[in-house]
Write a protein that binds this ligand. Sequence first.
Ligand code: NAP
Ligand code: GDD
Length: 391
Amino acid sequence: MSDTLNPKKIALITGLTGQDGSYLTEFLLSKGYEVHGLIRRASTFNTGRIDHIYTDPHIPGTRLFLHYGDLSDSGQLINIVYNIRPDEIYHLGAQSHVRVSFDIPEYTGEITGMGTVRILEAVRRSGVKTKFYQASSSEMFGATPPPQNEKASFYPRSPYAAAKVYSYWITVNYREGYNMFACNGILFNHESPRRGETFVTRKVTRALANILGGRQKKIYLGNLYAKRDWGFAPEYVEMMWLMLQQDTPDDYVVGTGESYTIKDFVEKAFEYVGIDIEWNGNGKEEKGKVRSLDKKWEGILKAGDAIIEIDPRYFRPTEVGHLQADITKAKTILNWQPRTTFDELIKIMVDYDMKLSCLEPVGEGIKICHAKDFSYTNHEYSFYEKIREIR
Ligand code: NAP
Ligand code: GDD
């Protein structure tokens, strides 16, 4: 970790206990920031992703501070912004699950949409001069055909996406109306070993490890044919910071520029551990079966075993068929280039989930992760801790 900045910069992160928030916290601490995070009160611990960097605030030199609050509670948001007086706010907190947003549309609007105006108002009413990052999403493009860039139209296909469109425009409005330094990062899907377990990539890599560990028989999935532009989360949080370091506030698309189906992800994940999958049947009857397998998995699986099946429960009333980013603007203005490929991402996620399941990982993914200069993050540490708990 580098020395404290002089003068010290202060960041406030909403959603710091989530996938992106945890990486961003590590990244900003490594840059010398003092970091404050909004956390929700829960009856169980929800700080698993940041426990490895948390230190007692009484210890001199501590630069990470947590504050209870909720995006539904304006009073506390104003209180926190006024008292902390952050130089930068990263607003990542949201009900972020698209499928779940169809079950709880009103709550999703309340948190993912209205939560943003609450925090913008906290900034405006407190009079604190700060830069603001809004976690906008490629889901906002919805049914607009790819490739999608900053000028593509929004055509939201879920309550989540509709709420994000509101948040996007209210951020632009506060930039134009109140001269705030406010940016939208329109991020395409980004994944990691810390991805929430119910998003499709992590669901697959986690289930794969459970199957190989003999704890699960098969995976039930929804639409196998949607295409996503999947990148590696730590790179994307670096982009959030970069946007706020520019001379003028603007909105940027961040992705890899490539897209793959869910089926591609499943096939490549299993291929990495030595299992070849073949597909039979159509629609709800489609199944992924073991065609051949590495000797070491004999006894756990055999050729012909159906390990992927469809459960219509995971279909969405309206689906987003194809997301693929056009990253020309980020490349040109921010000089950014994605540095982790789809294949590498899968290897990283499979390796860490194998570790978590107490299996010997294949190892390529962990090497890739170490070689790509993500020294501010510590997958090893946080995951070893979890492995110890399981044992
Ligand atoms: P995530 O893992 O689901 O994290 C969401 C965070 O929001 C968690 O810290 C969560 O707290 C917090 N939160 C939820 N409801 C809240 C509330 N009512 N009050 C305060 N905090 C609340 O999401 P992520 O993948 O890190 O994504 C970060 C942000 O980027 C989200 O806004 C997401 O919509 C957006 N985004 C993500 C992607 C992606 O591919 N990951 C792409 C584009 C945009 P708990 O830990 O207590 O649940
Ligand atoms: N979650 C899930 N579970 N998705 C499945 C499944 C399943 O069992 N089977 C197929 N899918 C398909 C979904 O229908 C969707 O087309 C695709 O896999 C990706 O789903 P998720 O991983 O849930 O992500 P998402 O694309 O809906 O949303 C994520 O990315 C957005 C950016 O584009 C979230 O992180 C959002 O918060 C984010 O804004």
